[in-house]
Design a protein around this ligand. Sequence first.
Ligand SMILES: NC(=O)c1ccc[n+]([C@@H]2O[C@H](COP(=O)([O-])OP(=O)(O)OC[C@H]3O[C@@H](n4cnc5c(N)ncnc54)[C@H](OP(=O)(O)O)[C@@H]3O)[C@@H](O)[C@H]2O)c1
Length: 169
Amino acid sequence: MDAIVAYYQNWGIGKDGTQPIVIPEDRKRFQEMTEGATVIVGRRTLEDFPDGKPLKNRKNIVMTRQDIEIEGATVAHSVQEVLEMVKDQPRVYVIGGESVYEALVPYCEKIYITKIYAKPECDAFFQNLDEQFAWSFESESEIMTSSTGHRYQYYVYEKYYITDNIKKL
Ligand SMILES: NC(=O)c1ccc[n+]([C@@H]2O[C@H](COP(=O)([O-])OP(=O)(O)OC[C@H]3O[C@@H](n4cnc5c(N)ncnc54)[C@H](OP(=O)(O)O)[C@@H]3O)[C@@H](O)[C@H]2O)c1
């Protein structure tokens, strides 16, 4: 299971239930990466999708503590329930928002990041990976400029397994 997130320079990811700056090139990449895969999304982020509906051509799992049904999606009420649902799925992406990242990133192997060089006001944030021993920086793209004029860059972080690194010593 991997996570995909777009964050700004202040680790912000959202404001008032939506993303304050969206880069079309990043949206396209997100669609291509997640096409045909299972995506795990929080109930609040689902509300921000077009018409508040699950994403097409993907298996959507929506996290909520409420006893509700969501057309076109499977509902999961806890981390344990999600992990059970995805254990045999080949491609699974955690796609936010803040609370779902907090709950599930510890179970992810990789985090695919789009860093957008802007500092819009945010009320939802991603964890600062550089302060966490559990994650190591794996790769970065060059800095690009989007059609909207924003500079952005792709990063990959990988879970840090201390045993693998001891073997290398
Ligand atoms: N930049 C990005 O890449 C990106 C990606 C996605 C979202 N976002 C942003 O993130 C913000 C939303 O984040 P958020 O934290 O407010 O909302 P969220 O994580 O999308 O959804 C929160 C809801 O998910 C359910 N939930 C969360 N943890 C759960 C658990 N352990 N077990 C069961 N249900 C659980 C609860 O639903 P109930 O209330 O129904 O119980 C909770 O209210 C928005 O601003 C959005 O635009 C940014």
